[in-house]
Design a protein around this ligand. Structure first.
Ligand code: SAH
Length: 346
């Protein structure tokens, strides 16, 4: 099934050519689709016959809001969307001083199997189409009335497991005729698929790359991230260095602090050794407890000692503020809850 909303203006132009239509209409259609119209009848500058023809061959899909939760603490908004095939994904809008950031999902479910993550519990259902990622940004902005300036690909799914569609999404959302969001305002997070990190680096995009590291050695990483068996640290870190060499973009490392597992000062020292000479930034994230998991967040003092060790060693480290903790806002928790409720209620 082809979707005009996943196509570039040039590709829409090709479609129009086969319909005997002038190519200037491609720009009009692209612009309408990226404004979030839900029907061709809203495209008032297109001839009626063309609107009808397109509606037959290229139906416009838009996600429906299944649940919307607004944090009373910090205004974070979480959406659970229903896609046209009935599958659900989550999007979170976070309000920072520098602008509104949406965290989007890139797949329905995930096959990476990280021990602490709710998104992977039901496995991978399918990859998202480019327009389904765009729609999350577009309809979050339209529904909330809040202009989106930043995007993070840190929702459900592994973006590098869906690289072709993700690259197209980036091109679409960056287009000045569309949402026009700067590549420098976009971050992509990966659990560490080495060949795909290289492929992404070859694109030389100005996006930020974030690596979900969560452990400074193979022993720890193997315990919580199955991907480490395929791409261990001695392959992952050189890939990060190659990425930096190609893009000159500092690498962000995410590190979920798990009580007694990866949070000792010794672990922080190992991490320092690993990052030596690589321009990087470490985000320390106190683990968000997932019901199904025995893992617990680190204590405040362990987080502070870890951060201090990194800073003393010359690596900048921030402790991520937990936003939306009252609304199940971390990775896959809302979709998981919704699916479970539906299963339990038949
Ligand atoms: N698959 C990608 C992006 C999605 S997850 C990746 O692995 O990077 C976004 C971030 O949230 C990742 O760093 C992930 O490891 C982290 N995360 C998942 N579950 C978490 C939890 N329960 N507590 C803290 N961080 C979590």
């Amino acid at each position: 099934m082809k979707h005009l909303k996943s196509m570039t203006t040039e590709e829409i132009g090709q479609v129009l050519k086969t319909l005997g239509q002038p190519s200037f209409r491609a720009k009009q259609i692209f612009s309408w689709l990226h404004k979030g119209v839900k029907s061709y009848d809203e495209m008032t500058n297109l001839p009626k016959a063309l609107r009808d023809e397109l509606a037959q061959t290229y139906p416009i899909h838009a996600p429906e809001v299944v649940r919307k939760q607004i944090s009373k603490k910090d205004g974070t908004i979480k959406y659970l969307w229903k896609l046209s095939d009935g599958n659900c994904v989550e999007t979170v809008l976070m309000r920072y001083h520098y602008g509104n950031t949406v965290c989007i999902s890139t797949e329905v479910g995930c096959k990476m199997g990280c021990a602490f993550c709710a998104s992977t519990l039901g496995g991978l259902v399918r990859q998202l189409e480019p327009f389904e990622m765009l729609d999350q940004v577009l309809f979050t902005q339209l529904d909330s009335g809040l202009p989106v300036s930043h995007i993070v690909l840190m929702g459900i799914g592994e973006p590098l497991d869906n690289l072709t569609n993700v690259l197209r999404f980036l091109e679409l959302v960056n287009n000045p005729e569309g949402m026009n969001i700067s590549m420098r305002h976009i971050s992509l997070s990966t659990c560490g698929l080495v060949p795909k990190i290289d492929a992404l680096g070859d694109q030389k995009l100005q996006i930020s790359l974030a690596i979900s590291l969560h452990g400074p050695n193979n022993e720890i990483r193997n315990r919580i991230m199955p991907v480490n068996k395929a791409y261990p640290i001695e392959q992952l870190l050189p890939a990060c260095r190659r990425y930096y060499a190609k893009t000159s973009r500092r690498i962000h490392f995410e590190y979920a602090m798990i009580d007694g597992l990866n949070d000792s000062v010794q672990n922080a020292k190992e991490l320092l050794a690993l990052l030596k000479g690589l321009p990087s930034h470490v985000n320390l994230i106190p683990l968000n407890h997932v019901e199904e998991s025995p893992l617990k967040p680190s204590t405040k003092s362990a987080v502070a000692a870890f951060q201090k060790t990194l800073e003393d060693g010359g690596v900048t480290a921030t402790v991520r503020r937990t936003l939306g903790s009252d609304i199940d806002a971390s990775c896959g928790q809302l979709r998981r809850k919704y699916t479970k409720e539906r299963t339990e209620n038949g």
